[in-house]
Write a protein that binds this ligand. Structure first.
Ligand SMILES: Nc1nc2c(ncn2[C@@H]2O[C@H](COP(=O)(O)OP(=O)(O)OP(=O)(O)O)[C@@H](O)[C@H]2O)c(=O)[nH]1
Ligand SMILES: [Mg+2]
Length: 335
């Protein structure tokens, strides 16, 4: 039809028509080239940033706040985080991979050694460090040793004073004063990871410190942890919240099975809670199985939100004698 119409045109009109067609094709090609050029000119920024500090100062809460979602488990007890946890923050034209780390502390067991070395290892894997302290306990006994370590890395360090919701703002001045004298921080930013105060300023300062680089992770990836690891961490968090004394510190969790039943779409998970002695096992199980049931219920509710489906969770408690001091057992349990 088009060719009949075209041949019906006079020779003059045909030439004019072809010129218009060629013109728009050239315009189109020019526009594509410009778009490509603009994209190349606005350089993509990316970087790795480690969140380090003493135990319990709010490092994991800060990671979750920066991410806008929960990636790392949190509890009021120190030494909650045991592995390096990666949270990938995607923004317009930039990407930041945050490494949440175990709190740096004096070590007593092989597990502590593994935790502290994974924190120290993270220092060498990143471009920038965020050192977190808390406003109400700025003179944490671990700080001197942490400052010595970061001095050796010669990486840019930002100091975050967390938990500013816990006291009057005027308490910040002497802390800022004292820390400015101890190290030449890039910037000192007071925040509350809990309620979000100061987080926008922190993100702006972070963006200034990342450099042109590749997009290391795809847009839809928010962590590099496996699903089994995420599940084991949620269960471990509930153990920290539901038990006391030595129990949380002597517990490890491994996920043995995760399977979706195609008929009802229920996700079946079976996991083992490893403890170090028979007496810990009976505390973990509780009278009539109540303790482990409470841990199971709290875990299941969170996991159902996380996976967006119904979950059937089975927990078994097993004794793995003195696992926290045995390097082989540690490896088996993921540390
Ligand atoms: N009031 C207040 N509490 C906070 C804030 N940030 C964290 N917390 C609380 O501090 C406790 C420790 O938080 P975490 O994020 O687990 O601390 P952490 O530094 O990751 O701890 P470890 O992994 O054990 O080293 C939890 O009870 C948090 O709710 C904050 O800004 N204000
Ligand atoms: Mg933590």
């Amino acid at each position: 039809m088009r060719s009949i119409l075209f041949s019906a045109l006079s020779a003059e009109k045909r030439i004019y028509f072809l010129c218009v067609l060629c013109g728009s094709a050239i315009n189109f090609i020019e526009k594509r080239c410009m778009d490509k050029k603009n994209k190349e000119n606005t350089e993509y920024l990316s970087g790795f940033i480690a969140i380090i500090g003493p135990p319990n100062v709010g490092k994991s809460t800060l990671l979750n706040r920066l991410m806008g979602k929960k990636i790392s488990i949190v509890s009021p007890k120190p030494q909650t985080t045991r592995n390096r946890i990666v949270g990938i923050h995607h923004g317009e034209g930039f990407q930041i991979a945050f490494l949440d780390t175990p709190g740096i502390h004096k070590t007593r067991t092989t597990l502590h050694n593994s935790m502290v070395s994974s924190a120290r290892d993270a220092l060498s894997q990143v471009d920038v460090l965020i050192l977190v302290i808390e406003m109400s306990r700025p003179d944490n006994q671990e700080i001197s040793s942490i400052l010595k370590t970061i001095k050796r890395t010669s990486k840019p360090v930002m100091l975050v004073i967390n938990k500013i919701d816990q006291g009057p703002k005027k308490a910040l001045l002497p802390i800022i004063d004292s820390y400015s004298g101890r190290y030449s921080f890039e910037v000192i930013i007071p925040v509350s990871a809990l309620n979000g105060d100061g987080i926008d300023i922190l993100l702006e300062e972070l963006k200034k410190r990342i450099k042109p680089g590749p997009q290391f992770y795809p847009e839809d990836m928010s962590t590099d942890q496996s699903e089994k690891f995420l599940v084991s961490e949620v269960i471990r968090e509930k153990i920290y919240l539901h038990t006391g004394g030595d129990i949380p510190y002597s517990s490890a969790v491994t996920v043995e099975k995760m399977e979706v039943n195609p008929e009802n779409n229920i996700l079946s998970i079976s996991a083992i809670i490893h403890v170090e002695s028979e007496s810990q096992k009976s505390i973990m199980i509780g009278r009539g199985g109540k303790k482990v049931r409470d841990i199971g219920r709290a875990s299941r509710l969170e996991l159902e939100k996380m996976f967006g489906k119904r979950i059937f969770l089975e927990l078994f408690v097993r004794v793995e004698k003195n696992w926290s001091r045995d390097p082989k057992a540690l490896q088996r349990l993921g540390y």
